[in-house]
Ligand binder design. Structure first.
Ligand SMILES: [Zn+2]
Length: 377
């Protein structure tokens, strides 16, 4: 085992690079959608985010595809985790989403590994009015045959987001697609616009049309250890200094965690003006009120803790697994990839500086999630 560690680490790096890349967003902007958004570009840029108040939570209608025999649904814990993650990304924007009504289960092998070409067959008769229809399938394949994590539509089209269950728990793809749904372009811009200059002089009409996101040359394959390691220059010869933490970038999903103030204002404008009919008239999904299942493959000690704690893994941890620690309000406090050489061992972490209270520690491995409560006192 020991002498294999460097090979495992290499393999792990390759897997992480292919699995967790931002390229797996399949959202496309049509010329009609672009023209529609361009007509209100200035209003979107000047929207006063302080006056945005929503008393309603934004409803998501869940449509979950299982195999024809009804097996292999994503765990409710994963769905709850994904909603927590989504709301964590939107806390600063004062936007709260909920699963409105009970999930609809669709038992059909044709859609389990979903092809984008089959979208009308799957969704046209199932969309609910007044909600964002989120379809969760095992995988998503584009027209060209490539795998997608998710895709959606810019305003002026359908109220739908498609997510593959394997990407639902990766931290930010769900929030990224929601950003598109709420009218955000990628931080590297939209094809119909000219590239944004590093000095910001054309930021209102170039790139993503948002001036507080720095010019971005497209970060696909250019981010290492959450640092931009490219050396591209803009038309003036200035080196790019993009934001690898922006959710709408093509940075690595694990490195992305925030929207800028300008993006937040544009999304708030979109809720009020592009999507005024979003309202949850149903009860929220009953599973949200139930405690998450706890699984036995991790243990935490000491618990309660006075700061330092250790997670012990009782089974082998596959590559690409990670630990996420949330506070009682659902805010992500820490996220850490677990190296394969930690498998069967322990992971030590420090809560001091977080504030005392209850924390939720998740171990995520693909679609499998374990959760333990931890008390810091
Ligand atoms: Zn995208």
């Amino acid at each position: 085992m020991k002498q294999n560690t460097p090979i495992l680490l290499l393999l792990w790096s390759v897997l992480m690079a292919t699995q967790l890349n931002g390229q797996n967003c399949g959202t496309e902007v049509t010329v009609n959608q672009y023209n529609l958004l361009s007509r209100t570009r200035i209003e979107r840029q000047s929207f006063d985010s302080y006056r945005f108040k929503t008393s309603d939570t934004i409803p998501i209608a869940l449509h979950i595809v299982r195999k024809s025999d009804g097996s292999d649904a994503p765990k409710l814990a994963l769905l709850k985790y994904a909603l927590n993650n989504l709301n964590s990304a939107f806390t600063k924007a004062n936007i709260v989403f909920t699963y409105c009504g009970e999930p609809e289960y669709i038992d059909d092998d044709r859609f389990y590994n979903f092809r984008k070409a089959d979208e009308p067959l799957l969704a046209d008769s199932r969309d609910e009015d007044g909600a964002i229809n989120v379809y969760i399938t095992q995988s998503i394949t584009n027209f060209s045959g490539s795998q997608l994590c998710g895709y959606t539509y810019m305003p002026g089209a359908k109220d739908r987001i498609f997510m593959s269950s394997s990407c639902l728990g990766n931290g930010t793809t769900f929030a990224h697609e929601m950003g598109h749904y709420l009218s955000l372009y990628h931080t590297h811009g939209v094809d119909f616009n000219q590239p944004e200059l590093v000095n910001g002089s054309n930021c209102e009409i170039a790139g993503d049309e948002i001036c507080d996101t720095p010019a971005d040359p497209n970060l696909l394959g250019e981010v290492d250890n959450c640092t931009y390691d490219g050396n591209k220059k803009d038309a003036n010869g200035d080196l790019y200094q993009p934001d690898v933490h922006n959710i709408m970038s093509y940075s690595v999903p694990n490195c992305r965690y925030e929207f800028s103030d300008g993006q937040i204002a544009r999304m708030q404008y979109s809720i009020e003006n592009d999507h005024p009919n979003l309202k949850c008239n149903n009860k929220v999904a009953s599973f949200l009120a139930n405690p998450l299942d706890e699984y036995s493959d991790i243990s935490i000690y000491p618990n309660p803790t006075q700061g330092m704690a250790q997670i012990k893994f009782s089974e082998t941890i596959p590559e690409g697994s990670y630990i996420s620690i949330y506070n009682a309000f659902g805010k992500l406090m820490k996220q850490q990839v677990i190296n394969p050489d930690l498998a069967g061992g322990v992971y030590q972490f420090d809560l001091s500086g977080f504030g005392k209270g209850i924390y939720f520690v998740y171990l995520k491995n693909g679609t499998k999630i374990s959760m333990k409560k931890l008390l810091y006192q």
